[in-house]
Ligand binder design. Structure first.
Ligand code: ADP
Ligand code: MG
Length: 246
């Protein structure tokens, strides 16, 4: 076939969008009577757009979100208390390069996980590496990795994420070993990269989560809260809103 050599060379250079679409792009250039320079520009731009889209998709996949939620889908009128402007400001992601943390604090069903996912997804769109996990899954995975002898690699997956979402602190008690692993993780990320956490439990009640170990709780909170934007949400559970309207 004609242009086989060109197709092979585009594949060799990993210009895969051009490889698959070069005939359409060339036909469009002819239709629009583009100059050679404009054609070249359009072709390269199309490849870059496609590459960036693939990279975003890869980051979203690697983040392991349980599902996707957007800020557009959030009903700001539902919670009885929420600072909309603050959250819209956080969507600009100024906190990520500063390695600051975010804490969503509020009762169950008020949209903490929803907003954490929306923010973390926004970070994926802006080329940050993201990892989502419930806090109990992180602890279980780190404990399992220690037994399996691959702790450093597993630990690094969490510490290297520009944004780590630690979902659902406070629902389940965390025993001493889990608290120590969590402390290790928060310390490793401190002033290095960001954590978004969600909790149903105000910070002054946190010792109760950690078997009333005030020492480890304050050591952990001291680091986490040093550079942290707190988002307090209050209201009834959105999960119950369907039930109530029936
Ligand atoms: P939380 O993490 O605070 O317990 P979730 O974020 O899991 O709550 O919210 C529970 C469900 O209700 C999710 O499906 C979420 O998308 C939805 N939800 C919660 N608050 C809102 C809201 N204000 N607008 C739209 N959907 C909401
Ligand atoms: Mg939640």
């Amino acid at each position: 076939m004609q242009n086989d050599n060109l197709i092979n060379n585009l594949a060799y250079l990993k210009l895969l969008h051009l490889r698959d679409n070069i005939h359409e792009i060339a036909a469009e250039a002819a239709r629009q009577q583009m100059t050679h320079m404009d054609f070249f520009d359009a072709a390269i731009q199309a490849e870059i757009r496609e590459k960036q889209e693939r990279a975003v998709n890869r980051r979203v996949r690697d983040a392991r979100f349980p599902y996707l939620k957007t800020i557009e889908a959030f009903d700001w009128t539902y919670p009885s208390r929420i600072n909309t402007d603050h959250i819209r400001h956080l969507m600009k992601l100024h906190w990520v390069p500063r390695a600051h943390n975010i804490a969503f604090v509020g009762p169950p069903g008020t949209g903490k996980t929803h907003l954490a996912i929306a923010l973390a997804h926004q970070a994926c769109m802006h080329r940050y590496n993201v990892r989502f996990s419930t806090v109990s899954d992180v602890i279980n995975e780190l404990q399992a990795a220690r037994h399996a002898g691959n702790f450093p690699q597993t630990f690094k997956r969490y510490t290297s994420a520009d944004v780590l979402v630690l979902d659902e602190i406070g629902y389940l008690p965390i025993r001493q070993d889990g608290a120590e692993l969590l402390f290790q993780l928060i310390s490793a990320k401190y002033e290095h990269n960001s954590i978004i956490l969600t909790t149903n439990c105000g910070f002054k009640h946190w010792p109760a989560i950690f078997e009333n170990d005030a020492t480890i709780t304050s050591a952990l909170l001291d680091r986490f809260l040093h550079h942290c934007e707190k988002v307090l949400i209050d209201g009834s559970s959105y999960r119950m809103s369907d039930v109530e309207s029936e």
